[in-house]
Design a protein around this ligand. Structure first.
Ligand SMILES: [Zn+2]
Ligand SMILES: [Zn+2]
Length: 329
């Protein structure tokens, strides 16, 4: 499914096309794709909230498949192995971020389904060092949402600083939140969920939320930390109103609407508002390990490859809850 020009999803900008099977470089593997997750970031890429880096483009960055061809220098993998490819496609290995433990901020990073063709297709290529084994206790469809929704939720949870106790707020309850809540509850955190839709609140309750409600409802307690998933600057400011002293709000989005002006008391005393950007390979591996230790239940809506526009539109209109994937093979 190829994007030739960024446009509103209502105009079905992705087109089903026959393209060449991609060639592999010496350190790359080619993967025959089984399933690709659909993410809100794909929506921003397709509709143009994020500027185009490459056109025409095959989007998609939660790829599950099997290695079908190996470059001549590949050492880590063998043909037939099941692997996953997330959003971080490549880093430079040379900038100050790569040389510390912050390769997610690499000055020259490339991203799957944005700078390089992604997974809304039958085949994809990637560097062998940016490909991951997937936990055996997940089928292909269940594993795909782990690769971005799961990984980003996990990076956000780490950024809150909460370990095994405390009150965590989740603002917006889509794909990422419905995975991270299970990790948080598993660790013993009390989780408070804010969403606009009753369907999402019901799912949150089912997955172990202590409290669910709309943003205008009183929680009755203050939060030690919160993660804001919904791309709303207003919600970011509202989340600060629910935060205790010394608490931390993490914005998980790659895009959000502008933040309205707010009073200093919303970040005083010692309240912190920060964001996470992308993810490191170390975080991907840490999350996949955490996911292998117990079974995260992913609620998945399955569409066919040629229904990519409809799948993205369903996310845009919040007409699906949980995660959404395209079944390729
Ligand atoms: Zn770098
Ligand atoms: Zn994503």
């Amino acid at each position: 499914m190829v994007l030739e020009k960024q446009d509103l999803l209502e105009h079905s900008p992705l087109r089903l096309k026959e393209v060449q099977i991609p060639e592999i470089g010496p350190s790359e593997v080619r993967i025959e794709i089984s399933v690709c997750g659909v993410c809100r970031t794909d929506l921003h890429v397709v509709e143009g909230e994020l500027p185009a880096h490459k056109l025409p483009l095959i989007p998609g960055h939660q790829i599950v498949g099997r290695i079908e061809a190996l470059g001549k220098d590949v050492r880590r993998w063998q043909g037939g192995e099941r692997v996953g490819i997330p959003w971080l496609f490549k880093t430079c290995g040379k900038c100050k971020y790569c040389l510390s433990d912050k390769e997610n901020l690499c000055d020259n990073a490339a991203f799957t389904g944005y700078d390089a063709d992604g997974g809304f297709a039958e085949y994809v290529v990637a560097d062998e060092n940016f490909v991951y084994s997937l936990p055996d206790n997940y089928g292909d469809i269940e594993a795909a949402p782990l690769l971005c929704a799961g990984v980003i939720g996990y990076q956000s949870l780490r950024a809150t600083g909460l370990k095994n106790h405390g009150r965590l707020g989740l603002f917006g309850f889509g794909s990422s939140a419905h995975i991270v809540i299970q990790v948080a509850v598993h660790r013993g955190l009390e989780v408070y969920v804010v969403s606009r839709t009753d369907k999402e609140l019901a799912l949150a309750k089912e997955l172990g939320a202590r409290w669910v409600g709309h943003v205008e409802n009183e929680m009755g307690v203050l939060l030690d930390a919160g993660i804001v998933f919904a791309p709303s600057g207003e919600l970011l400011v509202d989340s600060l109103r629910k935060l205790d002293k010394g608490g931390r709000i993490v914005s998980a989005g790659i895009y959000t609407t502008p933040l309205p002006g707010f009073d200093y008391s919303l970040i005083y005393p010692e309240k912190c508002l920060t964001s996470i950007a992308h993810t490191t390979r170390e975080n991907v591996r840490a999350f996949l390990k955490a996911a292998s230790e117990f079974k995260i239940k992913t609620q998945v809506n399955v569409f066919k490859l040629e229904e990519a526009n409809e799948a993205l539109l369903a996310i845009k209109n919040s007409s699906v809850s949980g995660s959404t994937v395209l079944r390729i093979a």
